[in-house]
Design a protein around this ligand. Structure first.
Ligand SMILES: Nc1ncnc2c1ncn2[C@@H]1O[C@H](COP(=O)(O)OP(=O)(O)OP(=O)(O)O)[C@@H](O)[C@H]1O
Length: 858
């Protein structure tokens, strides 16, 4: 400890009594401080002190060895306990306190309040000391101490001679041997070796005793050994014990590879006597076979030049690698992937437009516009096979057949079909793959899809592109840009493959529920085809042409067993489903099929029981068990049977019921699920002109409400809404509510509905119960056009409403609506709010000028 030789510890030291172990000079230890006295010591001495001296404290170990617990205290300590009464008193306080301690330098103090207030000290031991007198006990003990390690005496005289010299030499050699047994490749061990040479010999017992596996009792003995020779004697057996332990450990470790070798030897010579068999050779052979096979596959894969070069390079590396190397498996998997990809394998298109039309018509009822566009697309492909055509994107509510049209397109072309669900994908490596440097890396969904279908010209359906997410792992939509750009996708590079793959032959079709959430750059690369919801008549046709036959087949039934008349289908559509598509309808038909399947199966059982051999028992059995006779076939589902199977109707047409009070109007809303009717309710109460809005409204909708109120206030006199006063809101609060409060609503198209609803409330007149409306309003009372007219009109038709008020500039949108729906509805095209109000109330909503003026005559 030549470095410490100059250190003179203060004669008075604060004492830290610790249970954490034994601090030896030359070692560093972490001590947890949580007792009141020790905490006080840390606070007032370590945290407040500013000099180096204030960071030196006396550490007194108060530790018992849990394994070799003994009450026996070191003699020195006992002696001090007897001689110094006040110290003995403190000993009682602190359990079995030792009088010899280590002066230590507090290098670090860390405080924490969890789980209880405590400090953690990092202390480096400097030298031994002995307590000569306890000066005070509170708030923390301070003692007069005597420094015991006079290290200069050893170092000054150079190499110690005699027994001490010999002992220190033996100790040093043992220490070198111990370090030599450790794995020198570990940097810490190499550092330790250097440290051992640089440390003065006399410090070795303390340093090594704190490093090797020793009990606290043994460490205490080393600490108590004030005499250096005695210290060497105490520490040397501990070191030797450690060396022996390590030797034993190494021996047991060596045993296993020996065993392996022995097994090998037996197998080589004994098991296959007739043949000079070498296991190593066999492994090499297998290895060689494997790589040779791979090489053959690589050459047969007909991949482009760049990919082939990469594969051959990887193959070369693979041949040199031992199989046990983790990289072997990685490279092997990579090569397997490369050879499995359809670099030049494709199917031949068998496109016949007439057949395609028939097939599309057979698979899907209605959807005329979509089918027409798809046929155009296919026709152009037939004429120009290298068409770098637009990517079609079908946008519409769920269950309207977007995915199934995609599947039909693949069938008409005679191509493989693969669906990639993009909903919730928020990591761009999902599309582009992970780089091979990552553990568990794999290619993205595009390349994986190609591997699955095994050809390079499939139809890929990118389902739910509007539900792509974004996260810290990058934007998957950005990765899709390259995939979907016909100018770029001939050299699409997946991170895993790291070589370009030509995607130009792949036919991409995307689907989405709304175009609003598709990233603009992605939307720009696609041709959006709207797929609107179905009318009730269309649904009935779809049910009878496709859904019912499909469900019958799924449930093992035949039309001779189950019949669902058109009226029942209409009931299912109007009373048990409320959707733009046909998915719920299909589920309900499935439920009916299940119920009938039970009946049919029961009938089978009964008729089998009625076989001639058992006939005599049947009657009794039937009476006993109460089994009904087999139902008459076919089972026809009428209204009563429908109620039995599906329960009471889920949706009742409550339109007229809800319009029995003034202050209610029906609006038309567009959602990604299709069009819907929406009731707007208003009520008034005494107050000071406040407007309350509820129903989770967005900012635009709230503004529409304020616009509506402002227009009504400014036109109150014209429409006689003010009830004599100047302002209809005077002394009145108004509450506007949009039911289905859990659903967020936004957009300007409810403007006309809010005006109508408030006009009804303020005038006390009922709005016509068969009228629905949509349109944006301005402060001047104009009605502006809105979107989603087709879905909204279909929703009004579904709800059996008769009149629909829409903005005049939306008149052109009616072309898209089926003729029979148009015929059922009375359309009012409004360009001002005056026209809206006149159409919404029975007998119109006349302005004041039309009313007879009362002229007072005096
Ligand atoms: N016009 C139609 N003719 C025949 N069957 C149809 C028609 N439209 C939808 N279907 C049937 O409805 C079911 C649902 O269709 P599909 O899965 O294609 O809906 P989707 O529009 O893709 O819905 P999502 O947006 O939820 O993916 C399918 O079984 C499909 O066959």
């Amino acid at each position: 400890m030549s470095s410490n030789s100059g250190i003179q510890i203060p004669s008075r030291l604060p004492l830290l009594c610790t249970h954490d172990g034994v601090l030896l000079p030359g070692s560093t230890m972490r001590i947890s401080v949580d007792t009141a006295r020790n905490m006080q010591l840390v606070k007032s001495r370590l945290l407040k002190g500013t000099s180096l001296k204030s960071t030196i404290i006396g550490v007194i170990p108060n530790t018992r060895d849990p394994e070799h617990d003994s009450d026996e205290l070191p003699s020195l300590h006992r002696w001090v306990c007897i001689v110094r009464l006040s110290w003995a008193h403190y000993c009682n306080l602190c359990f079995c306190l030792l009088s010899i301690g280590t002066a230590g330098l507090a290098v670090q103090v860390v405080g924490s309040n969890w789980p209880k207030p405590h400090y953690t000290l990092l202390i480096t031991g400097l030298c031994r000391f002995r307590v000569t007198q306890l000066l005070r006990e509170r708030p923390f003990p301070v003692a007069e101490v005597e420094q015991l390690d006079k290290l200069e005496q050893y170092t000054e005289g150079g190499q110690a001679d005699g027994e001490l010299g010999e002992l220190s030499q033996r100790f040093y050699q043992a220490a070198v041997q111990l370090v030599g047994m450790l794995d020198m490749s570990v940097p810490v061990v190499a550092k330790l070796r250097r440290l051992l040479d640089s440390l003065p010999r006399e410090t070795l017992p303390d340093v090594l005793a704190s490093m090797i596996r020793t009990s606290n009792k043994e460490k205490l003995q080393v600490l108590d050994a004030v005499d250096l020779e005695e210290r060497f004697k105490k520490a040397l057996p501990l070191l030797t014990r450690q060396i022996e332990g390590l030797k034993l450990l190494q021996k047991t470790r060596k045993l296993r590879p020996d065993d392996d070798k022995r097994v090998l030897a037996i197998r080589k010579g004994g098991v296959f006597p007739g043949r000079q068999f070498s296991l190593d050779e066999e492994v090499e052979d297998e290895d060689g076979d494997d790589t040779a096979m791979l090489e053959k596959k690589v050459k047969a894969a007909a991949m482009p030049e760049a990919a082939l070069r990469v594969c051959l390079k990887e193959l070369k590396r693979l041949k040199k690698m031992p199989q046990s190397m983790p990289e072997y498996a990685l490279t092997h998997n990579y090569l397997e992937m490369m050879v499995e990809l359809p670099w030049s394998k494709s199917t031949t298109d068998c496109l016949d437009i007439r057949a395609a039309r028939v097939l599309l018509d057979n698979d899907h009822y209605a959807m005329e516009k979509l089918k027409r566009r798809v046929l155009e697309y296919l026709a152009v492909r037939q004429l120009k096979s290298t068409l770098k055509g637009p990517i079609l994107c079908f946008v519409g509510p769920p269950g309207v057949g977007k995915t199934s049209v995609g599947r039909s397109i693949a069938r008409t072309l005679g191509r493989e079909f693969h669906r990639i669900a993009l909903g919730g994908v928020c990591d761009q490596s999902d599309i582009r793959g992970h780089r091979r440097t990552y553990v568990g890396s794999m290619p993205g969904r595009i390349i994986n899809g190609l591997k699955t279908v095994g050809v390079n010209n499939p139809v890929f359906l990118l389902d739910e592109v509007d539900k792509l997410g974004k996260s810290l792992q990058g934007d998957p939509a950005a990765a899709l840009l390259e995939v979907l750009d016909p100018e770029q996708n001939h050299s699409f590079t997946d991170h895993y493959l790291n070589v370009p793959f030509d995607l130009s032959q792949v036919l991409f079709i995307a689907t989405a529920n709304t175009a609003a959430t598709i990233p603009p750059a992605l939307l720009d690369r696609m041709e959006v085809l709207q797929v609107p919801g179905y009318t009730q008549e269309e649904k009935v046709e779809i049910a009878h042409r496709h859904l019912i036959p499909h469900q019958l087949e799924q449930h093992g039934l035949t039309p001779q067993q189950l019949q669902i008349p058109q009226d029942t289908t209409k009931d299912i559509i109007s009373k048990y489903t409320r959707e733009a598509g046909v998915r719920s309808l299909e589920r309900k038909i499935g439920a009916i099929c299940r119920a009938v399947a039970v009946k049919v199966a029961e009938g089978h059982k009964v008729s089998r029981a009625e076989s001639p051999t058992e006939q005599h028992n049947t009657e009794n059995k039937e009476e006993d068990s109460g089994i009904a006779s087999p139902p008459e076939m076919p089972i026809v589902i009428d209204h009563i049977a429908l109620k039995d199977i599906l329960g009471p109707p889920v949706f009742e047409m409550e339109v007229s019921e809800r319009l029995t009070l003034p202050g209610v109007a029906i609006g038309l809303a567009w959602t990604p699920m299709g069009g819907e009717i929406m009731f707007v309710e208003a009520s008034r109460m005494e107050g000071d002109g406040q407007l309350t809005l509820t129903g989770q409204l967005g900012d635009v909708m709230k503004e529409s409400a304020h616009l509506a109120i402002s227009w009504l206030r400014s036109n109150a006199k014209t429409y006689l809404l003010a009830n004599g006063s100047a302002d209809p809101l005077e002394g009145t609060d108004i509450h506007l509510h949009f039911p289905a409060g859990a659903v967020t609503k936004d957009g300007p198209s409810a403007g006309v509905t809010i005006v109508t609803c408030l006009a009804s409330l303020l005038s006390g007149r009922l709005v016509r119960s068969d009228v629905a409306m949509t349109g944006e309003i301005t402060l001047r009372g104009l009605v502006l056009p809105v979107g989603g007219i087709k879905d909204k009109v279909l929703a009004a038709h579904r709800a059996n409403l008769k009149r629909v008020i829409i903005p005049k500039r939306n008149e052109k949108d009616l072309e898209e609506i089926p003729a029979h729906v148009r015929a059922d509805l009375d359309f009012v095209f409004a360009s001002t709010l005056d026209e809206v109000l006149n159409a919404a109330f029975d007998g119109g909503f006349p302005a004041a000028v039309n009313h007879p003026q009362v002229v007072s005559k005096l």
